[in-house]
Design a protein around this ligand. Structure first.
Ligand SMILES: [Zn+2]
Length: 108
């Protein structure tokens, strides 16, 4: 699902003209309002928030094998049994928030 960016000045849809990936968890999207009478260009930050389901790439091979042979309704128990165990999945810490850059106020 793509997401839409709306102009914070007029509320109309904007187009993402380019983007800059700062790291795997943070991207800046350069946007331009589609309303030619508005003409607002701006930057939207797209930031990783939190994990809903951990990546299978980060799991130990032994646990990945167990998941493949465990019915879906019982798979959650594999994780609760491992909490605190050596090799248990520990999500990476959240990225520290950066202070927003000073921006010119929008004039109407
Ligand atoms: Zn606009």
């Amino acid at each position: 699902m793509a997401f839409r960016v709306r102009c914070p000045a007029c509320g109309r849809l904007a187009t993402i003209t380019s983007s800059n990936e700062i790291d795997l968890r943070f991207k800046q999207a350069y946007c331009a309002c589609r309303d030619p009478e508005c003409g607002h260009t701006f930057v939207v930050n797209v930031e990783f928030s939190h994990t809903l389901s951990p990546s299978a790439h980060n799991l130990p091979d032994e646990l990945r094998a167990q998941i493949r042979t465990t019915p879906p309704q019982e798979q959650a128990s594999l994780f609760s049994e491992r909490r605190g165990a050596p090799g248990a999945y520990i999500p990476p810490p959240p990225r520290p928030r950066q202070e927003a850059e000073e921006v010119e106020p929008i004039r109407f």
